[in-house]
Design a protein around this ligand. Sequence first.
Ligand SMILES: NC(=O)c1ccc[n+]([C@@H]2O[C@H](COP(=O)([O-])OP(=O)(O)OC[C@H]3O[C@@H](n4cnc5c(N)ncnc54)[C@H](O)[C@@H]3O)[C@@H](O)[C@H]2O)c1
Length: 366
Amino acid sequence: MSTDLLIVGTGLIGTSIGLALRDQADVALSDRDPATLAAAVGRGAGRPWDGTERFRLALVAAPPSAVAEVMTRLQQVCPDAVLGHVASVQEPVQSALTAAGVALDRVCGSHPMAGKEQSGPQAASADLFVGRPWVLCPSPATSAEALDAVRGLVQACGAEPVVLSAAEHDAAVALVSHLPQVAASAVAALLERSGARPAGAVPALELAGPGLQDTTRIAGSAPGLWVDLLRHNAAAVAPLVHDLVAELSSAAAALDRLAAQPGDAGAAAQVEGLISRGNVGRSLVPRKRGGHDRDFAVVSVAVPDRPGQLAGVLVSAAQTGVNVEDVRVEHLPGRPTGVIELLVQPAAQEHARQALRAAGWDVTGP
Ligand SMILES: NC(=O)c1ccc[n+]([C@@H]2O[C@H](COP(=O)([O-])OP(=O)(O)OC[C@H]3O[C@@H](n4cnc5c(N)ncnc54)[C@H](O)[C@@H]3O)[C@@H](O)[C@H]2O)c1
């Protein structure tokens, strides 16, 4: 007996791939933890692998430090198969595979630029990769057949393949993924201090709004996996963290000066410069495939905290011919109102505002 696809490591990513492909391929699953494997099988991501059955393609979705050992074992079972992995760092995994003597012509590394701060099969979803970039990192030895096989899997999951060298990939994720993780964790770690307060005072964190939610969302990530990632990409991440420290030190020095002398124009200009450069950086962050914040105008609608408000706003937008490019919802449970932000083409902003007001919605702003 043989299978189309073997997935080794049935956590968040492995189970999501199984769920995405279960209607297109015969998927076998393996995990070193029997309970995790059973949970992935229970979610319908595939059937258990018996350890000997042959396969055409195997994807290793275990932590980066486990990839070389798993692939060594897989090549003993099935030397002709193509092997892929999804590790969030690529160069160290390529080096480990070379050191382990894995036949690299059959191997193509890859990294789906999609994920969650939760891990494990329970957090998996079939549409995790839809419309997301998925980086393919062939080594110089990777055969065209191996690259095509992994590219086909990526496309079957609904993702968009992007080919980069392992070094290019690792430098890019240091900036767009690993630096934000360190920064979010550092901000969230400071919140532990909020416990100390005078008796009877409102706990500071009860005043928190969406800004703190957004800034610290990824601080909920699993420490074990992140230590593995940061250890492997430390050389690329460390200089960026030093740059961040320099930004923060200069902001702290300016704030010290403002605390001593609120009218210090030089210090105020320094703080303004940081916020302005942040505006520029933020505008460069993609909001949706091929689109950026700067390409869209925002229409904000204040809504009561009741079920069905988002659907109601979107139905009104559709009925009045407003083409919504993207949606953001700022809402905290227990708060009386939330804000729905519709991103529209700039030329459509005024029409959208008037049409939604005419439909009875509380459109904020001019
Ligand atoms: N979490 C993300 O957002 C994300 C995004 C893209 C890529 N990745 C990469 O995907 C891979 C898996 O990450 P995840 O988030 O699914 O982690 P996870 O912790 O949810 O799952 C990893 C699974 O691998 C299993 N495992 C560990 N060592 C093994 C071994 N030697 N043999 C068989 N199974 C083994 C674990 O039991 C676990 O079930 C990692 O390489 C990670 O870098 C993660």
